[in-house]
Write a protein that binds this ligand. Structure first.
Ligand code: TYD
Ligand code: MG
Length: 450
């Protein structure tokens, strides 16, 4: 038997060292290198298998064995269900709804699908209390309040559930390691062990991880390298919609987006997300234009809002939510120079209704139109949508995935769409019942509408 050898780990960055040193040579922290006696647990007897290189043409493609989840949005984001033996990290800020999403998933599996829900954060009673709020079916959900990794894996091995959920990775610790739960070294070590377990037993495991304010999953992204799939649950806690994005996926694309609405009885998938972002306000308000934004693979219709007023004191104010301020400055400069709007003495406030953050350049034109609408105090008909990026010379540029955007606009019952002249040659345009208005430059659109 191999001689057991002591190991030294930095509790700050998790780096492994061959001997004790006062200062970690990897992250530079002092007094963070600690001795860990060689790990002996149920995982240490994993056999080393011999493997030889295989010719690529001779590798057989077998479809991964997937479990279809009782959650359409989650299935979509994962690329059609969860792969057996895969490790999924569900990240998000505290309070966003990760535990709710996971528990709801557990409860929605059909009867006889055994779920082990490990919680290091809440007691069994607290979880039961939460479950009461969600409409539940599956009675084969086992709640286990435990934080010691060895106990969790031993229980999982004995119980052999169909899926394991661990909430959260920051509370779990490997008792043979000295560093505190939640430290980078612990989180990394635990995740690696859980990953081995998932692969060895072919049980899919979802681990929940809190994301700090600066957007890091504990352990500067180290976890993201270890796991198979990273999904991130995002949204504004004060608003009721949440988005599920895939940041990494070894078994599918990362382009899919899931959208949920948080209700008093849990999270509901939103099949028609544009409804969520279009305010059902009355006709006749100036400063509003409808645009499209591509989020992952989905097109969302959103309401771009602008308020333009006379600056009360010398320096005009500019404030923007949901859009890059640099983008706003560019749009304002083009409106001033090319469409001759006198915005230099005006306060300008921009907002994307619904609290969404948009990066899609197709949002330039609707914002320019919202600004002009507020400037002239002339409302724009709400049955018209605008698509287009604005160039520095004032030209309206076409954007990607136009067909998909037009389809979405049509589906939501709009009459007209304004878009770049450069899109005119596309033949699929004949298929739409929307009236399409093609323009070359921003000033032409402005003079057409105002
Ligand atoms: P939670 O899932 O605990 O967030 P996380 O695990 O990401 O920290 O839930 C967050 C919020 O969701 C909490 O403030 C209560 C709210 N909530 C609802 O609005 N409806 C519900 O049905 C449930 C269970 C929770
Ligand atoms: Mg939680």
């Amino acid at each position: 038997m191999a001689k057991s050898k002591n190991l030294y780990f930095c509790s700050e960055c998790g780096a492994e060292h061959s001997k004790w040193i006062g200062r970690c040579t990897v992250c530079g922290s002092w007094n963070t290198v600690h001795e860990v006696s060689s790990p002996r647990n149920i995982l240490s007897d994993i056999k080393v298998t011999s493997n030889s290189p295989q010719r690529i043409s001779e590798i057989e493609l077998i479809n991964e064995d997937r479990i279809y989840l009782p959650d359409l949005e989650l299935n979509r984001v994962l690329g059609g269900g969860i792969v057996k033996g895969s490790l999924i990290l569900l990240g998000g800020e505290p309070g966003i709804g990760k535990s709710t999403l996971a528990l709801q998933l557990a409860l929605n599996f059909k009867e006889n699908f055994r779920v082990l829900y490990v919680s290091g954060e809440e007691s069994e009673k607290q979880i039961k209390f939460r479950a009461e709020r969600l409409s539940s079916h599956n009675t084969d959900v086992y709640i286990y309040a435990e934080t010691i990794l060895e106990n969790i894996l031993r229980t999982a091995e004995n119980m052999y559930p169909d899926i394991i959920i661990i909430d959260s990775i920051q509370t779990i610790y490997y008792s043979e390691m000295e560093s505190a739960p939640g430290s980078v070294a612990q989180v990394r070590e635990c995740t690696q062990k859980i990953m081995k377990f998932a692969k060895q037993k072919e049980i899919p495991i979802i681990i929940i991880g809190h994301v700090t304010k600066d957007g890091f999953l504990a352990g500067p992204k180290t976890l993201e390298h270890i796991v198979d799939t990273v999904i991130s649950f995002e949204g504004d806690r004060h608003l009721n919609y949440r988005m599920l994005r895939c940041l990494k996926n070894r078994f599918g694309s990362t382009l899919e987006l899931g959208i949920y609405e948080m209700t008093s009885r849990g999270l509901n998938g939103v099949p028609n997300p544009s409804d969520l972002f279009l305010n059902q306000s009355d006709e006749g308000l100036s400063g509003v234009a409808i645009g499209t934004s591509l989020e992952g693979n989905r097109v969302l219709l959103l309401e771009c809002q602008a308020l333009v007023t006379d600056a009360a004191f010398g320096n005009p104010q500019r404030a923007v939510t949901g859009l890059d301020p640099k983008r706003m400055n560019l749009i304002l400069a083009v409106l001033e120079k090319k469409a001759k709007l006198k915005l230099g003495t005006k306060d300008v406030f921009l907002n994307v209704a619904g609290g969404l953050k948009v990066e899609d350049p197709a949002i330039d034109l609707p914002f320019a139109m919202a600004i002009a609408s507020s400037y002239f105090e002339v409302p724009i008909n709400r049955k018209i949508a605008f698509i287009g990026e604005i160039g520095l010379t004032g030209e309206i540029r076409s954007v990607i995935r136009l067909e998909q955007r037009i389809n979405e606009i049509e589906k939501l019952g709009f009459d007209k769409t304004v878009l770049s002249k450069y899109a005119q040659k596309e033949d699929w345009l004949n298929n739409t019942s929307l009236e399409l208005l093609f323009f070359d430059r921003l000033d032409e659109v402005i003079s057409y509408f105002f």
